[in-house]
Design a protein around this ligand. Sequence first.
Ligand code: BG6
Length: 471
Amino acid sequence: MEVKHNESFGSGFLWGAATSSFQVEGAQKEDGKGLSVIDVMKKNPNITDFSVASDHYHRMEEDVALMAELGLKVYRFSIAWTRIFPEGNGEVNQKGVDFYNRLIDELIKQGIEPLVTIYHFDYPQGLVEQYGGWMSRESVDDYKNYAEFLFKTYGDRVKYWLTVNEQDHVVRIPSRLGLTGDDRYEQMRLGYQANHHMCVATAKTIELYHSMGLSGKIGPAVSYSMVHPATSAPEDVLASKDAMLIKHNYLLDLHCYGVYSKPFQKYLEDRQFTPKMEDGDLELMKQNPPTMIGVNYYFSETVQAFPVSEKYPLGYQKEALLAEAESGVFEVVKNEKLQATDWGWEIDPVGLRLTLRELHERYQLPIIITENGMGAYDKLEDDGSVKDDYRIAYLKEHIKQVKLALNDGVDVFGYCAWTFMDVVSGRNGMDKRYGFVYVNRENFDLKDMRRIKKNSFYWYQEVIQSNGEKL
Ligand code: BG6
């Protein structure tokens, strides 16, 4: 739909940027921090580990000053669970508590709203060792107790909380769950059990949040993006609908409505993936839906039908990291109409508008974009500049589509680019940079960690100053 009147972003629109604890902080074993599943993960020898990351733990004040110079209205960061509870439960680590108190105070001093992710991939290894982590029902109360501690400690200053980052990815990535071995089928089954426990934990935490009289917004940060049909063949359209269901919608259907939809139930049953549930679980979710949705959007996918065959029996999955094909459901194919990043992520700004529309129509909750950005090989020039004009182009086109979605009537109240500063990419180390601020280190050469403003920093500064008018 083309629009005649192009309204502006509202005056309180939250312009922001994001990071996550394990990707930015470093100080992996300092000041009493315990180990997370990320810290013990089998290393990819070609990329760096996360032990020093961007050294934000030691340079926090300098980094927040740069955020203020950029003009951020909101900063999304995550709390490392193992800095607060080194074992995931039990003893509190005061030094970890102090670090986030200082960070939050510093942000508020600079007029920047903190948006806190309670758990962003770095699950305590201690809980995996105690009882198998998310696969066990015991995980529910430990998550809730951890969240309760955060609400009591920081809830006077933090008004926006994200419960779990990209649960839809976590449950499909064995190392994020602390699973080892290579029985992929069993890992998938366990993933759906973990998924159910995370949903129950989220609902209990939201119930608790309200019962504590806290009145901010709380909800998950999901990875959610449109899945297009490769052609107008009805089989491909069905494949795209099914892929939307099993990649994305199943999760928000649980969070928002406490429902395993019938087609999703069938999908689980056919593969013997149905998780164990307790009476009252679904009612608990239904009674305690999120009050906002955080959405991480980078690219869209395009799929075609992928029938079950002798070669690809039911249950077959072609894995890159996340499924690229599932027999009987879909197969991801290249979209010839879209350009891709160096990592093959198809750039689709209109897909963001479609995504926001879809979320709005299905769930009718306020939305904040919690991640959107372009990973690229940036180059620090001899004159000290970083000319990341490709990133500016990417962000500009996506922000234009956010504005169009606002005009469509979608309640989007903020936009966080991924990332504020360069961080260690989940899978590609320092090769794949996303930040407005360059961090002077390579995968293995830590150099001087100097912070350098990229061209995109000055561009985003103007976007914020003009409240999105000057793109
Ligand atoms: C999201 C995560 O999946 O995508 C981030 O929430 C991650 O933690 C981001 O860094 C980009 O992914 P990658 O693999 O390019 O770092």
